[in-house]
Design a protein. Structure first.
Length: 115
């Protein structure tokens, strides 16, 4: 999926060529078929080639994957996931990252007060 998001529409051969440590061509085709079956990628035929592309934009896919991750590994708790993410950094957050997080927390607190 990373390659499809990065390159947009591409063939199985182009996906294979973009991989750092590629498996066989048939393995790439099988993987693309699984992505199509799951609905996260689609395809169209161009002559003899099939061109594959993501079925949703990067932001939607990121949100869906994160929701699945939080549900599966963090007991559906965004706070637990955030704690795990912040805890895995060996060094401190940059000032701009910290300000961005604080701004988000402040906004969420204001929204919760109005609910």
């Amino acid at each position: 999926m990373d390659i499809l998001f990065r390159q947009g529409e591409c063939s199985a051969r182009e996906v294979l060529e973009a991989m750092a440590d590629p498996p066989s061509y048939s393995a790439v085709r099988a993987l693309l078929a699984k992505l199509v079956d799951k609905g996260v990628a689609g395809f169209r035929q161009q002559g003899k080639r099939y061109l594959y592309a993501p079925t949703q934009d990067t932001a939607s896919a990121r949100k869906s994957a994160l929701r699945h991750l939080v549900t599966t590994f963090f007991d559906n708790s965004p706070a637990q996931a955030a704690n795990a993410l912040l805890g895995m950094r060996g060094d401190r957050l940059e000032a701009n990252e910290l300000a961005e997080l604080k701004s988000l927390v402040d906004r969420l607190e204001r929204e919760a007060e109005h609910d």
